[in-house]
Design a protein around this ligand. Structure first.
Ligand code: SF4
Length: 225
């Protein structure tokens, strides 16, 4: 209760009674049963899933326009994970908050995202709707990610890992950060960072393969010119 109310007291200058009411209603919103009892309890008296719900309540209590959730389901088992993802959807419906979800889990992305930005080495490689990214991936990194996760609809399909490791960001490469691991790498990729190509109203890609000249590129010194 104290932790949840602190932000309201500090930022909204509400009375203690109003804070208590707001905290109770927020606990109900995130699905905590018996909120009046729970107000007096300590974190160790809650399960992992409940603690996650309370952290979400803390983030929401001052009514932000955007909620940034960084790996919110990583430490949770799949049942609780599904509940938390459902909670995000419900909160979005009820409060109209925009949620930016940061995750390594493509299953989570497929379940909840409207719009997806695939990032590599701190840069956006490709942006699209969920459909663009899962059915029409263009960037070799996005394709690599999709090829390396199991799919229930492809029986016995081989998983293909992405070889190599990410670049050292203390000394980032001048060109495409994915170049050292990319099966389609051309010489230009090592030298110049690829600009953004707009494929549709919803879909953009940062990759030299999208350049019209790429189809005429020839192999030269182990990489395409
Ligand atoms: S810009 Fe070049 S190295 Fe980077 S992903 Fe595209 S083809 Fe591969």
């Amino acid at each position: 209760g104290d932790q949840l109310g602190e932000a309201l007291l500090r930022h909204k200058k509400m009375s203690k009674k109003a804070v208590r009411e707001e905290v109770l209603s927020m606990l109900s919103l995130v699905g905590i049963p018996d909120p009046k009892e729970r107000l007096k309890q300590y974190p160790h008296q809650f399960s992992g899933g409940m603690r996650q719900r309370i952290v979400i309540a803390m983030a929401l209590i001052c009514e932000p326009d955007i909620l940034i959730a960084d790996e919110p389901t990583t430490a949770l088992d799949v049942t609780i994970q599904a509940q938390i993802l459902e909670l995000f959807k419900e909160i979005q419906r009820k409060t109209n908050v925009s949620v930016i979800l940061i995750t390594h889990d493509l299953g989570v992305v497929a379940q909840v995202a409207d719009r997806v930005a695939v990032m590599y080495a701190g840069k956006i490689a490709e942006i699209g709707t969920r459909k663009d990214i899962f059915y029409q991936p263009q960037h070799p990194y996005t394709k690599g990610l999709l090829n390396s996760v199991p799919r229930l609809d492809l029986d016995g399909a081989e998983l293909i890992p992405i070889d190599g490791t990410p670049p050292d960001l203390f000394s980032p490469p001048p060109g495409c950060p994915f170049a050292a691991r990319c099966p389609n790498r051309m010489i230009v990729c090592d030298r110049v960072y690829p600009g953004q190509t707009i494929r549709s109203d919803t879909h953009t890609v940062n990759c030299w393969l999208q350049d019209q000249r790429a189809e005429h590129a020839v192999l030269s010194g182990g990489a395409k010119d």
